[in-house]
Design a protein around this ligand. Structure first.
Ligand code: ATP
Ligand code: FE2
Length: 321
């Protein structure tokens, strides 16, 4: 059985094709690069312009034809309305044309499911840090629950905004990572963990108003925000009594964050998993795989029920699989 997944929650439109074993037959994507902050309409136009040629490319890469597709999955939310609508429209029309089931996938859960199938993780605590999202997620009592999350902006968006104000190209996360390596002095920035939740905008304001040298600021932003992420992840491990840490989301490609996460996991006697970089960022493969897993559990939907969910919560989904 073959599932095609369409991701389109934010900057990236991605097509993934997987078989029922979780082998990746194709994984292609195209990203809208904003000049200023992300403009949802422009990103959606980019997705509309590229989605059908991406589907053709993915089919070619997988060496199959449309008729070989058994299930179509799409990112139903959370995300930016116009982007979600574009991906959903493409998925609906493909499913109708091929007369195959349609599955709506929660994007955050997909980050976790792809990590589970592509690593040895079985029942992990997921540290998911991307542009728009920052959450610590784990399975508990029939659902994936959010144990901690950002109260304001996603960490990646904060890094990108700080970078933009300092003349860095987009996305700024990798640029900040390189500059941080040259930083030596830890600048005092507001460490803000509130209960299990996190806040980043105060750190950004403090960093933007600081006179410190740029490399030192990059270093300090990373050390401070990553320590916050790792602290909340560790508390979620303790609370859930789980012993596996899984990373997901573009920010978790950062080697320093991986190092800090791994040290924490090791000290607790927990295992630590990072999926391939291509699967950490937004991708169609994670949507395809999660769609397949959900389809098997009877979770396909009718087109009339396939409306997008901009504020789709991780813990709204009954995990029947
Ligand atoms: P979503 O929030 O819907 O998951 P996104 O488009 O932000 O969407 P990703 O592709 O997962 O999703 O992540 C992009 C973010 O990751 C950007 O903010 C980028 O700056 C950040 N990023 C990428 N590489 C690194 C890195 N090496 N270090 C820190 N941040 C990084
Ligand atoms: Fe994501």
């Amino acid at each position: 059985m073959i599932t095609l997944g369409i991701e389109g929650t934010a900057h990236t439109v991605g097509i993934g094709i997987v078989n029922d074993e979780g082998d990746i037959l194709a994984n292609v994507s195209s990203s809208y690069v904003p000049k200023e902050g992300i403009h949802p309409r422009e990103a959606a136009n980019h997705h509309a312009d590229t989605v059908s040629s991406l589907i053709s490319t993915a089919l070619k890469e997988a060496n199959i034809t449309k008729e070989d597709i058994d299930v179509v999955a799409f990112s139903q939310g959370p995300g930016l309305g116009p982007c979600l609508r574009t991906a959903a429209t493409a998925a609906r029309s493909l499913s109708l044309r091929l007369n195959v089931p349609l599955v709506g996938v929660n994007h955050c859960i997909a980050h976790l499911e792809i990590g589970k199938v592509r690593t040895e993780a079985v029942d992990p605590v997921l540290l998911y840090a991307s542009g728009g999202n920052t959450q610590v997620i784990a399975f508990s009592r029939g659902r994936y629950r959010v144990f901690g999350e950002t109260l304001d902006i996603g960490l990646g968006n904060m890094l990108d905004k700080f970078g933009r104000e300092n003349g860095m190209s987009f996305p700024a996360g990798p640029v900040i990572e390189q500059k941080a390596k040259k930083g030596k002095i830890l600048v005092d920035l507001p460490y803000s963990v509130k209960g299990m939740d996190l806040a980043f905008s105060g750190i950004m304001t403090a960093a933007l108003n600081s006179d410190a040298e740029l490399n030192d600021l990059c270093y300090s932003i990373q050390e401070t925000t990553f320590a916050m992420l790792v602290e909340v992840t560790e508390r979620a491990l303790a609370h859930t009594r789980k012993d596996e840490v899984l990373l997901g989301g573009g920010v978790t490609r950062n080697k320093r964050l991986q190092e800090m996460g791994e040290i924490m996991a090791e000290e607790r006697g927990s295992s630590f998993y990072v999926p391939d970089g291509e699967l950490c960022i937004d991708n169609g493969t994670m949507i395809a795989w999660t769609g397949w897993v959900m389809y098997q559990a009877g979770m396909s939907i009718k087109v009339k029920d396939s409306g997008i969910k901009q504020g789709y919560r991780t813990d709204e989904v009954d995990v029947l699989w």
